[in-house]
Design a protein around this ligand. Sequence first.
Ligand SMILES: *Cc1c(COP(=O)(O)O)cnc(C)c1O
Length: 423
Amino acid sequence: MTAVPWGLLPDSAAVGEHGQLLVGGCDVGALAEEYGTPLFIYDEEQLRARCREAVAAFGDGVAYATKAFLCRAMARLAHEEGMQLDVASGGELLIALSAGVPADRLVLHGNNKSDVELIAAREAGVGRLVVDSFDELDRLERLHAADGIVPKVLLRITPGVEAHTHEFVMTGQDDSKFGFGLKVGDAARAVKRTRSSGAVELLGIHAHIGSQVFVAGFYTQAVEALAPFVNELGLPELSIGGGIGVAYVEGEEAPSITEWGDVVRAACVDAGITARVSAEPGRSIAASAGLTVYRVGTVKDVPGIRTFVACDGGFIDNPRPALYGSGYETFLPRAVAADRTETVRLVGKHCESGDVLVPEAKVPPGVVVGDLIATPVTGAYGRTMGSNYNSLGRPAVVFVANGQARLVIRRETDQDLLATDVG
Ligand SMILES: *Cc1c(COP(=O)(O)O)cnc(C)c1O
């Protein structure tokens, strides 16, 4: 039994003089006192460094997939560091625009974009619109007939590559709700149709094979599958999507963004692809920069069975364990380097037994009511995927850097919970 693996903590993690965790030069316990719990804490310099790494690996055109973690501060940060931004709904578009990101730096995704979303994106002048279906092409033609706007588009292609990841986040296989299938000939039909349509300007091809992909070789497979198609079309752009994995628990290893970029670029050279190649990382930008801090409210020991440690959050701030069976590490911010010799079940406060954050959570001895307990690598698909189940407000988010913390999303209040209830 060992301390929490140091590599899973944010880059700026340090041990304070009392054995406590510091991130961005800030004492995590003091942040929890000031901002309350549950609390998402992000290492801002790490977010910036990952964005710069992505730009260095893929060049201009690489986009941050905002669904991993989005607020105006994050949108601004990614833009400042040279990334474009992927948005996949009218709401994500709104947040990015209201952060001041120029529309031409935005890419709109979605397998079922509404008229309202398409109109908003076209009128704003988004840089690229990624067309996902023939029905969407119908819609774009109808809207064009009314307003004459001609967006620049990529076509989303499903290359028929089965990246080994959780089936809920596998998106490149033939049997997918996303995009135009390569093998069935839909991709070729979509190209033909867009080229003869005055409603869109076709610039390239897009593919996204899935998320939390640990083996960069799957991208080589995707490039190989797409190459004949892309080369024959002679279109100027190819996006290979996002999805490179990150380590969440002890023993996991993932390629870096730089290594991923090297593999993709080599595959494109080998395949003779001359189009500009870009990508759309989300998780690998945001996940390990963030951690969640909870406060322990009850400790229930069931003799001979297990100890349940219940915190003040749960599957509304981190649905990944319940959705995908995802694993997380645990540690106590007051003793971050302590050996974790005991195993407990870290649960939330929601009214169902599936509200388990970490089934076999390793902790040092002596966890008591009032302690803070934390899970690292919660910066992606935590708060953005969360809910208001049990009518609990969503947690606050702080960015830390150089000994300073700034609140970027405030905690939801009772007034927020009543705001939409007009009955
Ligand atoms: C979700 C998504 C991404 C980002 O995936 P990550 O696993 O977070 O890197 C990129 N592109 C598209 C189209 C997506 O749906």
